[in-house]
Design a protein around this ligand. Sequence first.
Ligand SMILES: *[C@@H]1O[C@H](CO)[C@@H](O)[C@H](O)[C@H]1NC(C)=O
Ligand SMILES: *[C@@H]1O[C@H](CO)[C@@H](O)[C@H](O)[C@H]1NC(C)=O
Length: 351
Amino acid sequence: MSLTHFSLLLSFFLSFSLPLLSATPYLSPTTLFPNYQNMLKSFKIFTYSPPRPLIFSTTPESLFFSSLLKSPFITKDPEQAHLFFVPFSSHTSTRSLGRVIAGLRNDFPFWNRTLGADHFYISCEGLGFNSNRNVLELKKNSVQISCFPTSRTEFVPHKDITLPPLADPHASNGPTNKTKRHLGFVRFGAVKESSLLSELRDDPEFLVEAGPSDELTFEEMLEHSKFCLFEYGEGDVSGISDAVRFGCVPVVITDRPIQDLPLLDVLRWQEIAVFVGWNKGKDGVKVNSLKRVLHRTCGDEKYEEVRRLCVTAGLHFVWNEEPQPYDAFHMVIYQLWLRRHTIRYARREVA
Ligand SMILES: *[C@@H]1O[C@H](CO)[C@@H](O)[C@H](O)[C@H]1NC(C)=O
Ligand SMILES: *[C@@H]1O[C@H](CO)[C@@H](O)[C@H](O)[C@H]1NC(C)=O
């Protein structure tokens, strides 16, 4: 190849591949958007009649359920359905839940086809292992939608999904010019009482809340801090949606790999958050090493980019009364849509 060809090729690459190479918060941006459109056109869900009244313990669960019922995804024809929804209230006893599943098994042909693998349900805490055969089959085979975080024994990584915690929809979406006064912000309860927390309190670069704040104060602190610290497994991580939304890059301190992050099939979490590991056996994280990690992985040049990716990803964490394109409801539905292929059965099975 001649030099001219080469430089032409090079300039072609430079002009056309740079935008593609530029950072994205998405795992697969080239698949996500067309596949989402296919979902809107084709996805069908059959829901069994819910017991009345159906009561959920958290807002995301209720919003997911009410949005689902009024969505165009619902079909009355089970033969059209890709997935089946098993509705039951939070705090349903194991015994009643077992009876619900036994009822479906006996009254409809759908459960037996896959032993529940094309079924899904909502349970904020998640189902644990259980001696009730019906409940065990539901837990092991069906897709569970639980709240984040879900305890490890109550979450099966290859199939289960978590609901994004509730986020304030009022975050500004454009670039904010707010001066980031604090390096890190620790919301009350987000990091458990520890030597790390006392070191953070003593460090002028960090702002540690002494008590619960109201929403406005909280949002202001998010906007004025570069990083928001959370301790997975011990602290309250529910503020992570707001952190992402308001461009306070989450720093998640964890002693184990996290398998239940919300929107895990959609987002490239390592692009929008900093994960800091520590060994439980050792004496934990020190402020100085934490700062080193932050400067190394997300230093001055990179920070603004990561913050921008956070804010973009933040749109998908918003729950609406009336679902909007690409909001939390639709992204959970999208993750269900991705799971429709895990099911294999002969359509015309002879009874
Ligand atoms: C599903 O299978 C069980 C046995 O495992 C059987 O008792 C039940 O009648 C079957 N359900 C239907 C609708 O055929
Ligand atoms: C933010 O700063 C940029 C340049 O740094 C400026 O162009 C823009 O007008 C500012 N926006 C606001 C809302 O102040």
